[in-house]
Design a protein. Structure first.
Length: 102
């Protein structure tokens, strides 16, 4: 079956051909035709037949991983953000006062 650019290929359900690209001398391939933008990140998967699938991902710093791994920490963070949005949080600079606790 030919793709929309006339390229002979087997269509995979759920995927739309966007054209053909060639790797450069450093094995790099440009994916602008597929809607990829600079700084986008992807998980790369390769099938036994050599098909390459890119899955968009968002990377987070390792020290923030505990927020995603521990539901109680995520819930606490979301409560704090909700408190801030609702105006239930105010700035307090009194902990910087020299006479604190005197």
């Amino acid at each position: 079956m030919a793709g929309k650019d006339g390229i002979g290929m087997t269509l995979v359900p759920g995927f739309e051909p966007r054209g053909e690209v060639a790797a450069d001398d450093r094995a790099r391939v440009a994916f602008g035709r597929a809607g990829v933008h600079g700084r986008d990140r992807f998980l790369i998967s390769v099938s036994p037949r050599g098909e390459i699938m890119l899955t968009p991902v968002a990377s987070i710093p390792k020290q923030e991983l505990m927020i995603w791994e521990r539901p109680e920490v995520m819930a606490s963070l979301l409560r704090g953000l909700d408190d801030y949005r609702s105006g239930r949080v105010r700035n307090r600079d009194d902990f910087l006062d020299d006479d604190l606790g005197e």
